[in-house]
Structures are given as C-alpha cells and as structure tokens.
Design a protein around this ligand. Structure first.
Ligand SMILES: Nc1nc2c(ncn2[C@@H]2O[C@H](COP(=O)(O)OP(=O)(O)OP(=O)(O)O)[C@@H](O)[C@H]2O)c(=O)[nH]1
Ligand SMILES: [Mg+2]
Length: 317
C-alpha cells in the first residue's frame, strides 16, 4: 500500500507507519511529507503546556472527550523531551487515555527524545503534517513548558493553553519562564483544591497590566471529573474565531512558512559547509595557526569566507 494514499484515505495503519518513518528519519519521509503537504492546513492545532504534574495529560483526555461529544475527530501528540521512550503512549498516559484509544475518531502518540532535541521539535512538526493530512479536526500537542524545544513546538500551535494549578509558585514560575506571553487561554486546573480563585485573580491582575488585542480568558478546570472543560473548549473556539476574523491566522501561517523555508535553506547550507570544512586541509592548518596564537579566529574565519562562493558552486546540488 502506498503510504501517502493510505494516509489520505484515513487508514490508521498507514498513519502509524508514516509516524514511525518520520521519527526514524528515513530518507523516504521527505517525499511523503512533500506529497501530503498540499492536503494540510485544515486542522486546528491546540498546544497544551504547563509545569510537570499540572494535570496536562488528564486535561487532554477530557478535552478529547469534549471534542468527541461535538463530533470532532482528535489526534494527540504528547512530547516528553526527558523521556527516552517513543513510539506509543508513555505508561501513565496510556492508562489515563485508555477510554479514548478505543475510539476510531481518536489517535494518540507519545514522542520522546530521539537524537537531538532540535530533532524532536522537527519530527513533532512532521507528525503534525501527517495528522493534518489524515484529516483530524483537532490536533492537541502536549509539552512540559520548560525549555526552548517546548517553546519551539508551541510555536506551531494555533491556540496555546497554559495550564496552571493552585500549587505554590506556579504563577511566578510561569511569569519567569516567559510562558505567560505565549498563552492564548489559561486553564487553572485542579480547581477542586484550595487557592484556585487566588490564581485566577493573580493572572487577571497581570493581564490587566498588559495584554495584546486578544485578552486570554482564564478558565477553572478539574481534569479529574471534567468540570470546566466544555467552557475551555468554548474559549479555544473563541480564540480560533478571533484568529480568523482578525486575519492573524493567515499572518502566523505565513510567518511559520517563512521560518520553515529559511530553516531548510540554513540547515542545508550548514551541512554543506560543515562537511566541506572537514575535508579542507587549509581549515586544519588555519585552526593550528589560531591555536598557536599566530592568527585570531576572526581573521581565520574571514579567509575561509573568501572560498565560500567557490565551494557553494561545486557542492550545492
Ligand atoms: N486534585 C486534582 N488532581 C488532579 C487533577 N488533574 C490531574 N490531577 C492529578 O495530578 C497528577 C498529574 O496528572 P497528569 O495528567 O499526569 O499531569 P501532567 O501535567 O500531564 O504530568 P506530566 O506529563 O508528568 O508533566 C495525577 O496524579 C492526576 O490524578 C485535578 O483536576 N484535581
Ligand atoms: Mg503528561
């Protein structure tokens, strides 16, 4: 079976195979992604981020149920940069998400570190392309909101939900980590615990001081029993409407595309130059002269740069 045709026809085995291929970085993936690309752009991508243990996975599970009630199909990708596991749900997530995995309108995948962290964010984006082409109405991406990789992944979401809890320090941590700025909607989860209203008012006070055209709504949720989750889904829908009516969806997609194409060009250039430098005897002797303090790194780099044009002409194909 051709994978591309299979994915476009909605064949789940083809989708699973495609994901594995992307994760393993098989050369074939470029053709598949290229052929699928024209069939994308229809899914709504929702990012869920927040501190470890905030209840993100439980919330994703509830969101999935709520979307299913509304007749929407849902794909979930849980990204865990600290986990070496990949290719299937992580144990905890698997247990929590059991109800949903039996539903043919739901597809769940966890991704851990494989190779570089930059590689993780790239393969996550590629998996989003597969999900989108397959035709899911909603794609949910869950990450622990700490590092650059997570921020990078959240950059591909149309709507970012930041999950906070009444637990001590959550709000301050979030402010510090610059996560406040990426939120389109706040979910104050574990609202069954004391202190949820205090968190809501802290966030609102911060938003009073500054917010853009879109003021992020703050919704209390209990992902244990699903309280507040329908309201959260409504607020995500409101944000989506705002993105469309304000023309922002168009402009963020344009910006992402620009970054993607620029990134491909830069990666390719880096590969060419890195390989070329390895082969150049002159590079080695330049390094030696810098090491001997006979030359400074800038002058050495400058003399490399003068050969650049010639290298690109011969190596670029
Ligand atoms: N009291 C209470 N506990 C909750 C709620 N939601 C989740 N929990 C509990 O919080 C713990 C963490 O839940 P997860 O859904 O795994 O949280 P997570 O943010 O996905 O965790 P990581 O992926 O490990 O960062 C679990 O023990 C949940 O049962 C809630 O609304 N109220
Ligand atoms: Mg989780």
């Amino acid at each position: 079976m051709d994978l591309v045709a299979g994915i476009l026809e909605g064949n789940r085995r083809a989708l699973a195979k495609g994901i594995t291929l992307v994760e393993n970085g098989e050369p074939e993936k470029y053709r598949i992604l290229a052929e699928l690309r024209p069939h994308t752009g229809k899914s709504m991508i929702v990012g869920i981020t927040g501190s470890p243990g905030a209840g993100k996975s439980s919330l994703v599970d509830q969101l999935t149920k709520s979307y299913r009630k509304r007749g929407k199909t849902v794909a979930v990708v849980a990204v865990d940069p600290t986990s070496p596991f990949s290719g299937g749900a992580l144990l905890g997530d698997r247990i929590r998400m059991q109800d949903n995995t039996l539903d043919p309108g739901v597809f769940i995948r966890s991704m851990g570190t494989r190779g570089s962290l930059g590689g993780l964010s790239r393969s996550t984006k590629e998996v989003l392309t597969l999900f989108d082409a397959f035709g899911f109405d909603v794609i949910i991406v869950e990450t622990v909101g700490v590092g650059q990789v997570e921020l990078d992944i959240m950059d591909t979401a149309d709507t970012v939900v930041v999950v906070l809890t009444p637990a001590g320090g959550d709000v301050i941590q979030t402010l510090k980590a610059g996560i406040m700025e990426i939120a389109d909607v706040f979910a104050i989860n574990k609202a069954d615990l004391d202190g949820a209203d205090r968190v809501v008012s802290e966030i609102n006070k911060t938003l009073d001081l500054s917010h853009g055209d879109w003021r992020p709504p703050v919704v209390k949720t209990v992902s244990l029993d699903g309280q507040g989750v329908d309201e959260l889904v409504d607020e995500i829908a409101n944000h989506w409407e705002y993105l469309i009516s304000s023309g922002q969806l168009e402009s963020i997609r344009r910006k992402r595309l620009k970054e993607e194409v620029t990134g491909i060009v830069l990666n390719k250039l880096e590969d060419i130059l890195t390989q070329r430098l390895q082969r150049e005897d002159r590079f080695q002797s330049l390094l030696q002269s810098v090491l001997n303090r006979e030359q400074d790194p800038y002058t050495a780099a400058q003399s490399i740069m003068s050969s650049l044009e010639g290298w690109l002409a011969t190596d670029f194909h």
